[in-house]
Design a protein around this ligand. Structure first.
Ligand code: IVH
Length: 658
């Protein structure tokens, strides 16, 4: 799915609040899928992108940060399949730093906090940030007694049996180790082991694993320790929890002690004494990164002296004495195998790159966005050359970049490797789904050609029709439980008139058609069953009355998002008023048109899109068929329930511009 979200800078406060609410529930759902059921629905990159968007919105609107914000959570709540373990000392997370400048600020901040020191120089350690899962290993009387995942930071899962299968983790400690010690560090899967495992999966024709970290996590969280034993998991020790006697006075000394006790420690860790040195080492590790046999996503800086760590202490979620300097977007080279054109709800043709699979920052990437046809040709949004004008051709060696972005993108091509005779890509002038002409509109205001080419097929186009239906049933529209993308595709493709759904009103006639039909009963179809069919009908019946703004939003009018739909609902009060006025406004002059344009928050582009929608006879037909089946609640009657207010007329919209 391509991210067509508004840039955060353009969000209004209401939109921001709505999106934060959505992100909180969506991220919680993905956490549960990932940690609780080991069945993630989205890639790590997509998950990170959601989180990053949440952070960006919160940065801009700090007043809107929610109690249940994903940014307040350290990790996921532990799952129920393993015994819970309460950590003797919480397992915290690290603050992130994204630039050299921020890294210098971190060092300066430490100096500032500590004030004047007698010898004045503060040493730091710098080491790779391993992209695995953190683990706490508790030894009592020098024997491993408990191994626990981080969980939510306070309570983790007891995975001792599984950890015992990892050979590089000592089961016992030497005689000089303290009576109680919790050694903490990262469990990971080597890139080479991951590749070998996937090669085996491919040979057996089974689905491939997504990335080493997910696979390590899945391998560790097996109820059957034999499965864990069959996967090669590894460990780096870098921290500690409860400890009955400290064996060293510095971070560096502690890690050396772990090494002496038989734990693997990272060879790239160094003790350094200035911001310059830390940054030098950071860039060294960054250069080494592609050659390391494990995924890393940054460099961790820690104050070396433990007494200074103690003075610096903690903020709510992370220590003040450490930070993780993250690497910027990751890039990789791969071959562009082909370009597919996807057709969206509004007919937009979006080119998607099909790539020779490549791991970028720990994620296997097979698709990337190419934005639009100008982008492929080396032309930017304002007509300026991008990539120094280099175009992108099928067969090219390309540079793929993965950042906090929802979908990876192609940022450049390697001209030296272009095959002789490679042809410039010809963007289709017809819709690949329905064959209708695909055109680039001229923006009436700017006189410029639109970057996006659109299919002119409208409802004739299968792709647009299906996407329209998906939008209609989506969460912020009709939100019909049990009617997701998969089911919509099924009903759309169905040939039998007793179960076909090609337009929204047909959702509401499905039950009647089913009752009449003897032959094709839904409950006999694979994946449905009697109970789920009944539930589906119930869910559909529940939506026969619907809030006006949801109804308007569900129509899928171009440029009419949730916020605009709410504005329209509030302004016109009832669907009758709204519909009538929009038809009347079709002349682009007169009262109705002026009134629509006078609503604060509705600009000319939006106003035009709405009246265009109401000029299309096919749309009017679908809307009136829909109104036979469902009743949009009028906004006034909803208001009246709480506070009586004089009836508002459509001819005097609520929020007028000054
Ligand atoms: S130090 C008090 N060192 O990053 C914090 N953490 O975002 C102690 N991680 O949960 C953590 N490599 O799983 C530390 N060299 C490293 C690390 C590292 C990876 C992970 C760890 C932690 C997370 C924090």
């Amino acid at each position: 799915m391509l991210n067509e979200k508004k840039p955060v800078e353009q969000l209004t406060e209401t939109e921001a609040a709505e999106e934060l609410a959505f992100l909180a529930s969506e991220l919680a759902r993905h956490d549960a899928l990932y940690h609780g059921q080991d069945a993630p629905e989205i890639s790590d990159a997509d998950y990170d992108a959601l989180k990053r968007r949440n952070d960006l919105i919160e940065d801009r609107f700090p007043a809107l940060i929610r109690e249940d914000s994903p940014s307040r959570k350290v990790g996921a709540a532990p799952s129920l399949t393993f015994q819970p373990v309460v950590h003797a000392r919480p397992m915290l997370s690290l603050d992130n730093t994204f630039s050299d400048e921020d890294a210098r600020d971190f060092v300066a901040g430490v100096y500032r906090f500590l004030g004047k020191l007698p010898d004045h120089s503060i040493a730091f350690t710098a080491e790779p940030k391993i992209d695995g899962l953190s683990m706490s290993l508790r030894y009592e009387n020098r024997r491993l007694v408990t191994a626990a995942t981080r969980g939510d930071g306070t309570t983790g899962e007891n995975v001792t049996a599984n950890i015992r299968t990892i050979r590089m983790i000592p089961q016992t400690l030497p005689a000089d180790a303290p009576d109680v010690v919790e050694v903490r560090g990262e469990i990971y899967m080597a890139k080479s082991d991951f590749a070998a495992l996937n090669a085996e999966m491919a040979a057996q024709g089974r689905p491939l694993y997504v990335n080493p970290r997910n696979t390590a996590s899945g391998s560790l969280r097996q109820l059957d320790a034999k499965v864990t034993a069959s996967r090669k998991l590894r460990f780096f020790a870098y921290a500690w929890g409860e400890i009955s006697a400290m064996p060293a006075e510095t971070q560096f000394g502690m890690v050396e002690t772990f090494k002496a006790w038989g734990f693997p420690v990272n060879p790239l860790m160094q003790r350094l004494s200035s911001a310059d040195e830390l940054l030098q080492h950071y860039h060294h590790i960054e250069r080494e990164r592609p050659d390391l046999d494990y995924d890393i996503d940054g460099v961790v800086y820690k104050v070396d002296r433990l007494d200074l760590q103690a003075r610096l202490g903690f903020r709510s979620r992370s220590p003040r004495w450490a930070t993780a300097h993250k690497f910027p977007a990751e890039q990789a080279f791969t071959r562009l195998k082909g370009i597919d054109i996807q057709v969206g709800r509004t007919g937009a043709l979006t080119p998607v790159a099909r790539l020779e699979p490549i791991t970028v920052g720990g994620v296997v990437v097979t698709n990337a966005t190419l934005h639009n046809e100008d982008y492929i040709r080396g032309i930017g949004n304002s007509g300026e050359p991008i990539r120094e004008g280099r175009d992108i051709r099928i067969g090219d060696m390309v540079i793929v970049q993965r950042a906090g972005d929802v979908i990876p993108q192609i940022v450049d091509v390697v001209m030296d490797e272009r095959a002789e005779g490679a042809e410039p890509y010809r963007f289709p002038a017809t819709c690949p789904v329905c064959g209708s002409h695909a055109v680039r509109d001229i923006n009436e205001k700017t006189g410029k050609v639109d970057a996006v080419r659109r299919c002119t097929g409208g409802f004739v186009c299968r792709a647009q029709a299906v996407e329209h239906l998906k939008h209609f049933v989506s969460r912020h529209a009709f939100d019909i439980e049990g009617l997701g993308s998969k089911q919509i595709e099924f009903f759309f493709e169905a040939e039998d008139s007793a179960m076909q759904i090609r337009t929204a009103p047909e959702i509401f006639t499905l039950k009647r058609r089913q009752q009449k039909s003897e032959l094709t009963k839904l409950e006999n179809i694979d994946g449905f069953g009697k109970v789920s069919v009944e539930k589906l009908f119930e869910a559909i019946e529940k939506r026969r009355t619907i809030a006006l703004h949801r109804f308007i939003y569900a129509l899928g009018i171009r440029h009419v998002g949730e916020t605009t739909a709410k504005l329209l609902a509030r302004s016109y009060g009832s669907y009758d008023h709204f519909g009538e006025a929009m038809v009347e406004a079709g002349s682009l002059a007169g009262d109705a048109w002026n009134e629509l344009n006078s609503i604060e928050g509705i600009g000319e582009v939006v106003a035009r899109a709405i009246v265009e929608f109401y000029k299309e006879p096919r749309n009017l037909k679908v809307v009136s068929a829909l109104l036979e089946e469902v009743r949009p609640e009028s906004a006034e009657s909803r208001l009246r329930r709480t506070a009586p207010s004089p009836a508002r007329r459509w001819s005097s919209p609520g929020r007028l511009k000054k």
